[in-house]
Design a protein around this ligand. Structure first.
Ligand code: ATR
Length: 278
């Protein structure tokens, strides 16, 4: 455990973690709102990550973000869990509270919805096609259904899409759609929640699904356009977005949990010169 780790009050834990933009965003927020504290990134070994996170909080840590592959695995060290984290089945934010110990929360879903609202990409009753049925997809289902959108979920392994649609149908209008019947509907918004962009490949959707009017959103982000975004653009899409806005907005919601201040996300977009990435 290095000295920086011991002296830091905020951190993001994951493995790998080098790519994480969270330190830049949170240190920007901390500075802007006059907190003389810092936020670092820490790569944890997969064997003893729970004791490392507990060590961080025992030594003065006030808050942490948790990222892959630990999001689903930190429930056991939290003393209480917010409802949205329970529904999402994942924790991306932990706060040390005076009275109740470690509080586990999830700001990914609300961060995603906030970005859609901020960019005016969502309306009530929108037909949304969600590609993927893993952790990332699950995390955004409740906010989308709660916003009264119609969610169509598809996945390479169809049984997982069926499972999620069954599990979330109590929250709103959701149905699973097989990959070969995607073309039967017109979607307002298509969201890539698969991990294909990490692998630099595009999920298999028919090119006939791509249109000028539809909005395409890849929850992943990188320096370059993702393969999903390139695929959509190649077939004529004009409204394409990556997950950088989601990242900034989930960070803002985490910051709010820790500091009770909701930071201005516009400042970060300006700072990063990436207002909307296409
Ligand atoms: P995450 O937490 O990032 O969502 P995950 O829970 O492992 O990661 O889920 C990965 C998602 O990407 C799944 O929906 C997966 O589909 P399967 O359930 O069929 O595995 C999807 N995915 C991964 N690689 C894919 C590929 N090459 N083509 C299509 N979908 C893929």
């Amino acid at each position: 455990m290095n000295k920086e780790f011991k002296n830091s009050l905020y951190a993001v834990f994951g493995n790998p973690i080098d790519h994480s933009q969270s330190p830049k965003i949170h240190n920007f927020f901390l500075k802007k709102y006059n907190f003389h504290e810092n936020y670092i990134r820490v790569c944890l070994e997969k064997e003893n990550f729970l004791s490392d996170i507990l060590f961080f909080f025992k030594n003065g840590g006030k808050g942490a973000n948790i990222t892959l592959p630990f999001k689903e695995k930190v429930f056991s060290i939290c003393d209480s869990i917010t409802e949205r984290a329970r529904i999402a089945g994942a924790i991306n934010t932990i706060k040390k509270t005076k009275k109740k110990g470690l509080l586990g929360d999830n700001t990914d879903g609300i961060g995603f919805l906030s970005d859609l609202i901020f960019k005016k990409l969502i309306k009530k009753n929108f037909n949304i096609l969600l590609l993927g049925a893993g952790g990332a997809a699950r995390g955004v289902l409740h906010p989308l259904l709660n916003f009264k959108c119609n969610v169509y979920i598809t996945n390479r392994t169809f049984s997982k899409a069926e499972y999620l649609s069954e599990k979330f149908k109590k929250f709103g209008n959701i149905q699973s759609v097989s990959l070969n019947s995607l073309h039967r509907k017109n979607y307002n918004l298509v969201v890539n929640a698969t991990s294909t962009s990490v692998l630099n490949i595009s999920p298999v959707i028919p090119s006939s699904l791509v249109s000028k009017k539809t909005i395409y959103y890849d929850m992943f982000y990188g320096e370059k356009n993702t393969s999903f975004i390139n695929f959509c653009k190649k077939h004529g899409a004009q409204k394409v977005f990556n997950g950088f806005g989601m990242l900034v907005n989930q960070a803002a919601h985490s910051f709010f949990l820790w500091k009770k201040i909701f930071p201005n996300v516009n400042d970060v977009f300006y700072f990063f010169e990436r207002k909307t990435v296409t």
